[in-house]
Design a protein around this ligand. Structure first.
Ligand code: ADP
Ligand code: MG
Length: 596
């Protein structure tokens, strides 16, 4: 077959396919253009999920009559003044309007500031129409109708109207997060409207994020600020206890451009790795700003991928800054967890308290103390019965010094599982197993940093039978485990011998630990660094060496545990991201009793 040159029409359609994948990509390009034009108000209207109509109006700089034809022509742009190494605008390829015009019925109406009249141009399936006068007081209005009418094959790949409409919402939300100073509105017959008022000032970003992500994000997020070698990271990251089942709560921006970049998402995940269960996802909005020549955004026509000149720097910046922020924020647990607790305390219709007479009857049978008549007497009777026989030590008079600590003074252990402590303005309930697990884990990590975890020699090595694959995998890693205080050796093809264990774990079930580790390393992905892996091993070990729920603790032990939690970074969550303690403020308790 001879080689032929493709017609310009076909070339344009091929290119258009890369820029305009679905209605949301149209909205993205048009809103980016409005932002680049310096708009303060951007209005987006859609119909039919954006397939029948997308209209974006702005109050930006506008396009001159003489430039309208160029604006819709491929490879024509007013941006890119400094070349591809110095991209400071969202657009730079000069192909969005041309691509949209090739795939739909496009009309662009615009009025340059100070111009006498507004003018418009139309493009239908790539055919450019004449320039005509338009009615528009200022800015630019771009209308896109019947997307993909010229390429019906594309239509078949679109999702439902609902799904396309919500992809449009997502695009607008992401762009709006990066530009709190711009007022956004999104409406149409296919959606519930979204209105985002312009916010200015110091707290603008936080306020816009709260408007977009939700108010509870603001209450549960910690500010992130860090600079490293010319790269600046800022934004907010939610506490590990405020997590989601999917990654839709992760918003990343590079030089004001929303991106879905694997490197950045991976770094965010790694920053939370040991604070969260693996099937949970962090929620965060992070903004990275680097010199334009440090990053290449010209990777794909849709501009959602970026390449950094120094990816390691950016990864390290994210992991370091997020971890530090959590460590520095001290013992703190998500407010949504606390309000959930309070909600649970509220007398709910589902679990009515048993009337005291019934209670007494079940306890004493019909021969019990005579049923008193009034409620007050019944209450009194209950106390009379409960007090003398009960094996409850009187609460200690806690030292004021201890009470003023964040986790207060231990008052009691309940169900051999929870420590109840009194603080200056409330009470704290600690899950002793979760807390201890975290402490052991942090100690193991410290041991790694200090080159060695103290270990104890087992009098009789424990032989653990395993599938041969697992046994081989484990013994290959023997050196790494030794760094964490676990010494093991091959013992025939299907077994390992455990000779030493980390002393801080105490007496443990080594066989259970070994099986757990075999499962862990079977999941190791190549991408993990050695350190990441060791930390995961440490996390599994901590699980085995922790004070199990169900062990009775002396008051000194409880207080010691509380003090150590206070002194340990990240101690408000266990290794799986569950809270290790919850706090009830006196005010909340008073509210529960209707005192407030
Ligand atoms: P790019 O944004 O990459 O330059 P586009 O095809 O999106 O390419 O737009 C082409 C040109 O049209 C832009 O460079 C800009 O000069 C002009 N333009 C497009 N949209 C607007 C708008 N909303 N306001 C002002 N000018 C616009
Ligand atoms: Mg553009």
């Amino acid at each position: 077959m001879p080689i032929r040159r493709l017609s310009e029409d076909v070339v344009n359609r091929i290119a258009a396919g890369e820029v305009v994948e679905r209605p949301a990509s149209v909205v993205k390009e048009l809103v980016e253009n409005a932002i680049d034009a310096g708009a303060r108000r951007i209005e987006v209207v859609t119909a039919g999920g954006g397939v029948s109509l997308v209209r974006v109006s702005d109050d930006g700089a506008g396009i001159e009559r003489g430039d309208l034809e160029l604006a819709v022509e491929r490879h024509c742009t007013s941006k890119l003044l400094g070349g591809l190494d110095d991209i400071r605008s969202l657009g730079f390829r000069g192909e969005a309007l041309a691509a949209i015009g090739a795939a739909s019925r496009l009309s662009v109406a615009s009025r340059r500031a100070g111009a006498e009249e507004a003018w418009s141009i139309t493009v239908e399936g790539g055919r450019v129409g004449a320039i005509e006068p338009a009615a528009l007081s200022a800015g630019t209005r771009v209308e896109v109708r019947d997307l993909f009418f010229a390429t019906p094959a594309r239509l078949k790949f679109l999702k439902s109207e609902r799904a396309e409409a919500s992809a449009v919402t997502d695009v607008v939300r992401r762009l709006a997060m990066a530009h709190p100073e711009i007022r956004f509105s999104l409406s149409g017959s296919d959606r519930t409207p979204l209105e985002l008022a312009a916010v200015e000032g110091e707290d603008a970003r936080r306020a816009r994020l709260a408007d977009v992500i939700g108010r509870d994000f603001r209450d549960n997020a910690i500010p992130i600020e860090a600079v490293r070698e010319g790269a600046r990271l800022s934004g907010f990251a939610a506490l590990p206890t405020y997590s989601r089942a999917n990654s839709l709560g992760q918003f990343l921006f590079v030089n004001g451009r929303p991106v879905r970049d694997k490197l950045l998402l991976g770094a965010l995940r790694a920053a939370y790795a040991d604070l969260m269960k693996r099937d949970r996802h962090p929620v965060a909005a992070l903004f990275i700003d680097v010199e334009p020549h440090e990053v290449d955004v010209n990777v794909h026509p849709a501009k959602a991928d970026v390449r950094f000149r120094d990816p390691g720097l950016v990864r390290g910046l994210i992991i370091g800054a997020v971890r530090e922020a959590f460590a520095a924020s001290g013992p703190r647990t998500s407010s949504t967890a606390a309000s959930a607790t309070i909600a649970a305390f509220r007398p709910a219709g589902r679990t009515p308290l048993r009337p005291i007479a019934t209670w007494r009857a079940t306890r004493y049978g019909s021969g019990g103390p005579a049923v008193a008549a009034g409620l007050a007497e019944e209450t009194q009777a209950a106390f009379d019965i409960a007090m003398p026989g009960a094996d409850v030590p009187a609460a200690p008079a806690a030292a004021t010094e201890v009470i003023s600590r964040p986790l207060g003074a231990a008052m009691a252990q309940v169900h051999d599982t929870y420590i109840v402590a009194q603080t200056e303005d409330g009470l704290v309930i600690v899950d002793q197993h979760a807390a201890h697990e975290r402490l052991v884990y942090e100690r193991l990590k410290r041991g790694l940093d200090d080159n060695g975890v103290a270990r104890q020699i087992l009098l009789i090595p424990e032989i653990v039978d395993l599938p041969p694959d697992d046994a081989a995998r484990l013994t290959e890693r023997a050196e790494e485990f030794a760094a964490l205080g676990l010494v093991l050796e091959p013992f025939g093809p299907g077994a390992v011998a455990v000779r030493e264990t980390p002393s801080m774990l105490g007496a443990i079930d080594s066989a259970a630990l070994i099986r757990d580790l075999a499962e862990e390393i079977a999941e190791w992905e190549r991408a993990d660094t050695l350190r990441d892996r060791l930390e995961r091993v440490a996390s599994r070990m901590a699980c085995h060496g922790s004070v199990r729920a169900g062990r009775r603790l002396k008051r000194e032990e409880m207080d010691a545990l509380l003090r150590e939690i206070e002194a340990t970074p990240n101690a408000s969550e266990c290794n799986h991201g569950r809270p290790t303690f919850i706090e009830l403020k006196l005010a909340d308790i008073e509210r529960l009793f209707g005192r407030r």
